[in-house]
Each structure stands twice: as C-alpha cells, then as structure tokens.
Design a protein around this ligand. Structure first.
Ligand code: EPZ
Length: 421
C-alpha cells in the first residue's frame, strides 16, 4: 500500500486550485438516472469515489463518457438494464445508496444493498427509508438489501425528517421530482451540495423551491430532460488547504475559493490566528504572527462548523497556545486521528464525543496510520508542521477525497512525496 512521506518545518507559499466537490458529484451523478436524456457534468474531481460511482452507474446500464482527463462526465441513461446496486460496490462507497431514489422515481423499483457502517459510525439509512415510505414506496429489507417498489409511481406528500441528513435530503429530493403532485420536505439539510443538486435538477426541468433552507417544496413533473451542469467548488478541500498555511506559516492563494462556502469554518480559523482575504476569484490565507490561538469547536449541520473539517482543525489546535475543546456532534466515532496525532507528540484527551486539545510547543514526525478520509489529511497537515519526517500509511483513504494532494502541496513548497508499494 502506498505511503506519503512529509518532512516538516517549511512554510507554504503559492497557489492551490480547488477542485469540484466530491460530495456534490456523488449526488449529481445518480441524478442522471432521473432522465432518459444525457447529463453532462463539468469541473468533476478525479477521485476514486467518482470512479466507484461511475462503476456503479455502468453496472446499471448507464454509459459514462469520461472526457478531458476525467474533468467532464457525459452520462447516458437511455437503457437501464439492471436495477440492483450490488453489495460489492456499495460497501466500497456508502453514497451508492443515492441511486435508490432516482431508480425508484424513474422505473418504480430498485434493489440496493444496505451500505453498512464505516470507520466513523454506524451511519444508518432509516431516514432515507422512512421518507421513501412517506412517498408511497413499499420497502422490504432482506438478505442485506433494500427491495423498493412503487408500481404506481411515487405520490407527493409532506415529510419531516427527524434529523437534517444530507444523504436523505438528496435521495428524497431526487425522488420527489418525478412524484405525482406536491412534496414538502421539512427539516432538510442546507449544505451547498444540496443547493447545487437543486440547481442541476432545475436545469433538467424539475420544479423545486427552498434549497438552502430547512424546507424544500417540489412539484412533481412527468419527465426530466437533458442538462449540463458545473459541479460546485469543494468547500471541504477549500477549508483543508486554507488551514495549511496557518499550521505551517506562509501565505497560500486558494483559486476558486469563496468565503461564503466556508463561513463558519473561516470564523474559527480567524479566531485561531488566520488572516483571510477574499479576492474576485480566490481566498488568500496566512497566519497572523507566530501564535496559534486555542478555540472551541462544535460540529453542526450546515451552516454550522462542518464535521468534515473537524480533524483538520484538531491538527492545527494541537499547536495552539492554550486548551481547545472540540465537540463532534454529527458522527459517533470521528476522533480516530487523535491517537495518531498523540504519536506525534500532541496532548489530547478524548471522552466520548468531546476532545480536549492542550496545545504543545511542537510536534515530532512519526509513522502514523490514516483511518478515514479526513483523518488522513489531518495527519499530513500535522506532518508539514512537525519537526522531522512523518510517514502516513493507508493513503488510499486520501485518494477518495483529495485530488493530486502531493502535487498541490509541493507546488507551495511542501516537502512531500508519495512512495508506492
Ligand atoms: C454526507 O454523508 C457526506 N458524504 C459526509 O462526508 C458528511 O460528513 C455528512 O454528509 C455530514 O455533513 C457525502 O455527501 C457523500 P448524514 P451522509 O446523512 O449523507 C445520521 C466526507 O468525509 N443518519 O447527514 O451519510 C448518521 O448516522 C464524508 O466527505 C441517521 O441516523 O451524512 C450521522 O450520524 C464523511 N439516519 C448523521 O445522521 C439516516 O438515515 C449525519 O449523516 C441518515 C443519517
């Protein structure tokens, strides 16, 4: 398995282009199933998760043309020959469940493997399922698969989510676009990726109001058509690379960055000691002085502090001048980067969903292990600030969500390389 070797102590200076959002793409791609006409996506990031979703759509009978080195995907969905999303694909990527709503809405039936949990939590899909039942679907869970039927089509309804689940919002929004009548979804997620999905569905002919708020109102239509859509900028990659010059020193320009995508995170990063300047098409980030200040963080649903930036923030706060308290309120097991940071000399106490981070003067490079996607990048951030060499193993986690991480960081002066084998 590949490893990434980082030698710390170098300030970062330069530009990093921010790619299209993985988590937008993973719902935009299955949205293509709602129409028999093609969907063309641009600004697609080249990530293993995108390849997995491509493999899944092709297994259903879609034709996915990857153009311009993978930056453009043209998805043809004329002939869906298979309505079963197999476990061997779904287990690789939980977002596979996002084909359920579109297939159910388009053809009235779908069989999708239950995604199972992952390192950061059990990640049930009960909200997806109760939403589909509210839309009139008949569900049968057996053999580890969801067998869903709506022989007479889905019927618009009012459904209030018990929790503002991102994936459930996306699945139900997509299904509702072809349901009969009006659907009102309450207590939905408000992430920018959901706004992006609504904008793409509207280009396909969907009638949607309220994206970005807690209530979505959808007027069902008989069919959706072709569309072309540019994937929104990845706010989690943006936040990750904003933090890099704050932990190492220096100044980095994030091309395509907009503060509106990361406002809660930016407020906390400034409180920790960042200087953030917004230009016409970028954010320029540097550290104010030598000190990193302790700040408390609570992860929340959007527009609160994103759980996907918690591990990165923890890496920064290990070097602060005080004690920070991080509360992880979205996932039940998302502090697996803490023991690895402790191996590098960090002083962190984890009690359930709360981590107390006592700042230390310096971190020491060490061999560490990536446990999940965002933990992996937090170890690289820490390694860039540590004294000596850090070797991060199991970097396949990284490939799921960060395109060309070595190239992007090396271009700003980081001493980082990938060792195959
Ligand atoms: C999406 O996951 C993202 N993934 C995650 O990013 C992100 O962390 C998460 O939203 C929260 O922002 C994609 O978009 C592909 P949820 P999702 O449904 O949709 C519970 C990354 O690093 N829940 O909002 O699975 C669940 O257990 C990944 O890029 C239920 O209980 O997130 C969790 O505790 C990691 N029942 C919480 O809600 C349900 O039916 C948030 O889950 C669904 C969710």
């Amino acid at each position: 398995m590949d490893r990434i070797v980082v030698s710390g102590g170098t300030a970062l200076n330069g530009q990093i282009p921010i790619s299209g959002a993985k988590n937008a793409c993973l719902t935009l791609m299955p949205a293509a199933l709602l129409s028999e006409e093609p969907l063309t996506l641009t600004n697609v990031p080249r990530l293993s998760d995108i390849s997995t979703m491509t493999e899944l759509l092709e297994s259903l009978g879609c034709e996915v043309a990857s153009l311009q080195g993978g930056r453009v995907l043209a998805i043809g969905t004329e002939n869906i020959t298979n309505h079963t999303a197999d476990y061997d694909i779904v287990r690789k990527m939980r977002a596979s469940i996002l084909v359920l709503g579109p297939m159910l809405a388009r053809d009235g039936h779908a069989v999708v493997s239950l995604p199972g949990g992952c390192a950061i939590g059990a990640r049930p899909v009960d909200i997806h399922l109760s939403g589909f039942e509210a839309l009139g679907a008949e569900l049968d869970l057996r053999d580890g698969y969801i067998h869903a039927k709506a022989p007479n089509g889905l019927v618009g309804t009012t459904y209030e989510m018990p929790f503002a689940s991102v994936g459930a919002t996306e699945n139900l929004l997509m299904a509702a676009t072809l349901a009969k009548g009006t659907t009102v979804l309450k207590n939905v997620a408000r992430e920018p990726e959901i706004v992006d999905l609504a904008e793409c569905l509207r280009k396909m002919g969907a009638q949607i109001d309220g994206e970005g708020t807690s209530t979505l109102t959808i007027q069902g239509v008989d069919r959706l058509g072709a569309a072309a859509h540019q994937v929104v900028t990845d706010r989690i990659e943006l936040g990750t690379y904003m933090l890099a010059p704050v932990i190492t020193g220096g100044s980095v320009e994030l091309l395509g960055g907009r503060r509106s995508l990361v406002s809660a995170f930016s407020d906390k990063l400034e409180a920790a000691g960042a200087v953030i300047e917004e230009t016409a098409n970028s954010l320029i980030v540097s550290r104010k002085g030598e000190q990193i200040s302790a700040v408390d963080v609570v992860t929340e649903i959007h527009p609160g502090f994103p759980t996907d930036l918690q591990a990165q923030m923890m890496a920064l706060l290990t070097l602060s001048n005080g004690t920070s308290v991080l509360e992880e309120k979205i996932f039940e097991n998302r502090f697996m980067h803490a023991p690895e940071l402790i191996r590098m000399g960090a002083d962190i106490e984890v009690h359930g969903g709360t981590a107390k981070v006592h700042g230390v003067k310096s971190l020491k490079g060490a061999p560490v292990m990536a446990t999940d996607l965002r933990a992996s990048i937090s170890l690289i951030l820490a390694g860039m600030a540590a004294e000596g060499e850090t070797v991060v193993s199991r970097v396949y986690h990284l490939d799921r969500g960060y395109e060309h991480v070595v190239r992007k960081l090396s271009a700003c002066g980081a001493k980082i390389e990938r060792i195959s084998g």
